[in-house]
Design a binder for this molecule. Structure first.
Ligand SMILES: [Fe+2]
Ligand SMILES: [Fe+2]
Length: 269
């Protein structure tokens, strides 16, 4: 059983700039760093709330012009949740880590009194930040809660929805329309705290998706037992991209790919 979105991963162009944005600005916590066998820098791990995280990989390669768009097949954006978006916004401004393209933007109010805000990291990747409830309900806490959702732009929606629901076990929730046309499908990964996948319709342009292509090379879903999960997926006819192994961080992991080639890591957590 998949139990949640565990981490997102980013290949970055400039680690120092990205760390200033995600740590000093957004407020993620530095956890640890691992090096390659030859001792060269490899991955920096940042904590988001108690359980979820972001992996930043050194050595991202800018092999496509636009970091993301609804036309481009593949990774689109991700979302984290926090208790106080006004304070977070202030911090990003104070630490001068706001991407120039976000200058002057303000968080927008959600119907339930929560807030929503889209900003961009130094490489132009979109980060949506949601304060799920009115600030009063967080009693002055100023912290990150976790990962809210992860989004892809998809060419073949029926195939993607079938894969993420029938193969991975997520629950289809609804289709949001725009101008009367289907725009985004929402799939539930975890009910509480809520985590979803957003699948944008009508992507058509393929872009490089190498292990080191700038942007997000993979997403990681946590599961109770990665070995058992792999056997279940094999029974369901899902090709296993990388068989179960113990990763550099000492945890059990395995890899699959979705119908449009996006890498998915499965990790015992
Ligand atoms: Fe979103
Ligand atoms: Fe990972």
């Amino acid at each position: 059983m998949i139990t949640g979105i565990y981490h997102n991963a980013m290949n970055v162009l400039d680690m120092e700039k990205s760390l200033r944005f995600y740590v000093d600005g957004v407020g993620m916590k530095f956890s640890h760093e691992i090096k390659k066998e030859d001792g060269s820098p490899w991955i920096v791990y940042l904590s988001i709330g108690n359980a979820e995280s972001l992996e930043l990989f050194y050595g991202g390669v800018k092999d496509h012009e636009t970091p993301y768009s609804e036309e481009q097949i593949g990774y689109h954006h991700w979302c984290i949740t926090c208790t106080d978006l006004a304070k977070l916004h202030e911090r990003v401004l104070k630490t001068d880590t706001l991407n120039p393209k976000d200058e002057g933007k303000q968080p927008s109010m959600l119907k339930n009194g929560g807030k929503n805000f889209w900003i961009h990291d130094p490489d132009g990747n979109a980060l949506e930040i949601v304060q799920p409830k009115p600030v009063e309900e967080y009693a002055g806490r100023d912290e990150l809660l976790g990962i809210g959702h992860w989004a892809l732009a998809v060419q073949d929606i029926p195939k993607a929805v079938y894969f993420y629901t029938t193969k991975l076990g997520f629950r289809w929730e609804r289709t949001l329309n725009k101008d009367g046309e289907p725009w985004i499908d929402y799939l539930i990964v975890r009910e509480e705290p809520r985590q979803t996948i957003e699948l944008f319709h009508n992507a058509s342009k393929s872009t490089p998706n190498e292990w080191n292509s700038a942007g997000s090379p993979h997403v990681c879903f946590s599961c109770d037992n990665v070995q058992a999960m792999v056997e279940l997926l094999r029974e369901r006819g899902v090709p296993i991209y990388i068989e179960p192994k113990i990763g550099a961080d000492g945890k059990g992991q395995a890899w699959i790919r979705d119908p449009e080639g996006h890498r998915i890591e499965l990790m015992t957590a």
